[in-house]
Write a protein that binds this ligand. Structure first.
Ligand code: FVH
Length: 298
């Protein structure tokens, strides 16, 4: 691998909603920004802001030492980059396309074989937050992150390096998506229940926010219990939770609200009780989510 150089030239490949926001943030940060997109028209307003528009993916990659790609999926990433060879030698490729940890690790091997360094990234924000408060996660070689840290920081105040394992960004990404959908579905279940009694979702919203804050306050202590593999019932036992879940199911059923989600949660909880965790704290439910036969750190 050639010596990696740092300068103020950056490339952005993929100018969808997110790619345009990324390129705009680099331009505002004073970086000389080269862009390329399959549909060339999407580069026009960036060109008006000072971006250089490359004629090909190859020219875009050759324009600088830091190449950021953000397209729909990994298939598109490979469609664009597989025809390249030595052009990646000595460059850092940062892939901000959403995908899986396996895809990230395979792409890392592919880039490394061509003499480049690979950082996988996850954007935990909408385009409007890019260049401002956005959280962006990176994983891959520390040296590659360090080399381009200041450029990457111009994309978001929440820029975070996770570690050498290229798969970590994608894993954190899906972990946070899981969190988001579980919280949102809980809110929607609650809004449907109250809606059945004529209560507007806007009336529920402040109480829902307080409930989310309360749960937020439990996360650190539960994380410690999960890492320790011991789940003392500091606040409430799983048996107590189970009784409340039954109220939720009965209310939902009697009001004609969809009860599939609470029934599923109760089914998991029944299994935890059957495994002997009725008297444990809620963090013991982790055992219903771990892969079967997972080895827990001592
Ligand atoms: N937008 C968001 O809020 C989320 C936030 C979290 C992370 N995501 C991920 O970012 C990736 C890109 O998302 P996007 O919002 O920019 O998506 P689009 O606006 O739909 O733009 C898609 C770009 O991908 C290009 N593209 C797709 N397929 C190909 C292909 N086969 N060859 C070349 N380019 C391709 C597309 O090109 P064009 O249609 O304009 O010609 C756009 O540049 C994504 O992984 C999100 O999960 C965003």
């Amino acid at each position: 691998m050639s010596t990696m150089k740092r300068n103020r030239d950056v490339t952005v490949i993929g100018l969808g909603l997110m790619g345009q926001a990324l390129a705009g943030a680099f331009l505002r940060g004073g970086y000389s920004t080269t862009v390329w997109n399959r549909t060339a028209a999407k580069a026009e307003h960036l060109a008006a802001q000072g971006a250089k528009v490359a004629d090909s993916v190859r020219d875009a990659v050759l324009a600088g030492p830091l190449v950021v790609v953000c397209v729909s999926d990994y298939e598109a990433v490979h469609t664009l980059l597989d025809p390249l060879g030595e052009e990646l030698d000595g460059r850092v490729l940062v892939n901000l396309t959403s995908g899986t940890s396996l895809g990230a690790r395979e792409t890392a091997e592919w880039v490394t074989r061509r003499g480049g360094a690979y950082l996988d990234g996850a954007i935990m924000a909408t385009p409007a937050a890019v260049g401002a408060e956005a959280v962006l996660l990176y994983s891959g070689p520390r040296s590659a992150f360090d080399l381009h840290e200041s450029a990457l920081r111009s994309l978001g105040a929440g820029t975070t390096y996770l570690g050498d394992d290229h798969g970590l960004s994608a894993l954190y990404d899906v972990a946070v998506l899981s969190l988001m959908w579980n919280i949102l579905n809980g809110f929607l279940q609650g809004a449907a229940l109250l809606g059945a009694a004529g209560v507007d979702a806007t009336a529920f919203a402040p109480i829902a926010s307080k409930g989310i804050e309360t749960v937020n306050g439990w996360v650190s202590a539960y994380a410690r219990q999960i890492d320790d593999g011991a789940y003392p019932a500091v606040d409430s036992t799983i048996d107590t939770h189970l009784a409340a879940m039954e109220h939720l199911i009965h209310e939902s059923e009697s009001l004609g609200v969809n009860a599939e989600l609470p029934r599923f949660i109760k089914a998991l909880t029944d299994r935890a009780v059957a495994d002997g965790h009725g008297g444990s704290g809620y963090a013991a439910m982790i055992e219903q989510f771990r892969p079967v036969g997972a080895v827990v750190k001592p």
